[in-house]
Write a protein of this length. Structure first.
Length: 343
């Protein structure tokens, strides 16, 4: 495994790949050798190569998998190079920051037929796994409405903020981080075990109070969605909140309801007179140390070994990113936007 980018999220991918019995991290890449050295020291890596040139990482014959953990404006260029070199890859979100980039990456992966997984790590969060299992067994019936939200006062505490706050490289609140909420709405409104619900239409508003001061784009985006199964959704990305990180999840089905870790499902719990609270790990922190990267990596490696596609691959993630980009079109032009946007 080769790691491209030695920042915050790479500190979780390295141990995840090291713990998997079928993988070993053999190379780190960063424009600064010191960053490679620091990551290797922090993760206890021995006998690992350091690269400052991404093309040399891609050309390394001992690298079969590349984890792309670099700043988001570099993701597409690096991912396309990896695909052309027939390297399987983890691509951190967002996988692209424009429709042109999104199509380029999707087409490149289709052509190369490499295995991919996108860093929507919350699909393996214990609460999400609990909700998905209840959906699959029919405890909630058919989902007709879903609400999710990414609420985090992202600022200088994050080392990537200097580029993420810019319109050129960050682009939007949804693309920098709120895509997690979009993906959650897609994943948790679908009853199929290994499938997400595609968004077919978007209408969005923008707002907040930091635009033009701390951020070059609107810190708040609120998106109304129509899904392919007829469900509706409201998803927000909010960088302007005066509160700790908060990721609420509400699922309404015709046989039951879930509000975070509270469940109302009489078919599942006959005779219940109050909400059933599930003691589990909620998606209630932005700290990557609390996210289930090991489960994501194990799933990805299993897909490679068994030659199967991930439910969280680049092809699936196109819809999430189209919705994020459609939101910008919608609030700039004050109109609904139908998906798909790329052919």
């Amino acid at each position: 495994v080769g790691i491209a980018g030695c920042g915050w999220v790479s500190t979780q991918y390295v141990p995840a790949f090291e713990k998997n019995p079928y993988t070993k991290v053999v190379a780190l890449m960063s424009p600064r050798i010191a960053s490679c050295e620091n990551l290797a020291r922090e993760c206890g890596l021995k006998d690992v190569k350091f690269y400052t040139d991404y093309s040399k990482l891609v050309d390394d014959p001992n690298v079969n998998i590349i984890a792309i953990c670099s700043p988001q404006h570099l993701h597409v260029e690096q991912a396309v190079m990896a695909a052309e070199a027939k390297k399987h890859m983890v691509v951190e979100k967002p996988i692209a920051i424009s429709l042109e980039q999104l199509k380029m990456l999707r087409d490149s992966v289709r052509k190369s037929r490499v295995k991919t997984v996108v860093g929507f790590v919350l699909r393996w969060n214990p609460l999400f796994e609990t909700i998905k299992s209840l959906l699959v067994e029919g405890a909630l019936g058919d989902v007709y409405y879903v609400e999710t939200g990414y609420n985090s006062h992202i600022a200088e505490w994050w080392t990537g903020w200097h580029w993420a706050k810019t319109k050129e490289y960050g682009v939007s609140s949804f693309l920098v981080a709120g895509v997690h909420a979009l993906d959650a709405a897609r994943w948790l409104s679908c009853k199929a075990a290994d499938k997400a619900n595609n968004i077919t239409e978007v209408f969005a508003y923008s707002g907040g109070h930091r635009y033009g001061k701390d951020i070059e784009y609107y810190g708040l985006e609120v998106l109304l969605a129509k899904f392919e199964n007829g469900a509706l959704g409201k998803i927000n990305s909010n960088f302007d909140c005066a509160s700790p990180y908060y990721f609420p999840v509400t699922i309404f089905g015709d046989k039951g309801t879930i509000v975070n870790n509270r469940i109302w499902a009489p078919g599942k719990f006959p005779g219940q007179t109050d909400w059933v609270t599930v003691p589990t790990i909620l998606p209630d922190t932005a700290d990557v140390r609390h996210h289930p990267f090991e489960h994501e990596v194990n799933h990805f490696v299993d897909c490679i070994l068994k030659d199967k596609e991930s439910h969280c691959n680049v092809e699936d993630a196109v819809n999430t990113h189209e919705a994020a980009l459609a939101a910008i079109i919608s609030y700039n032009e004050n109109r609904p936007v139908k998906l798909p946007l790329i052919k």
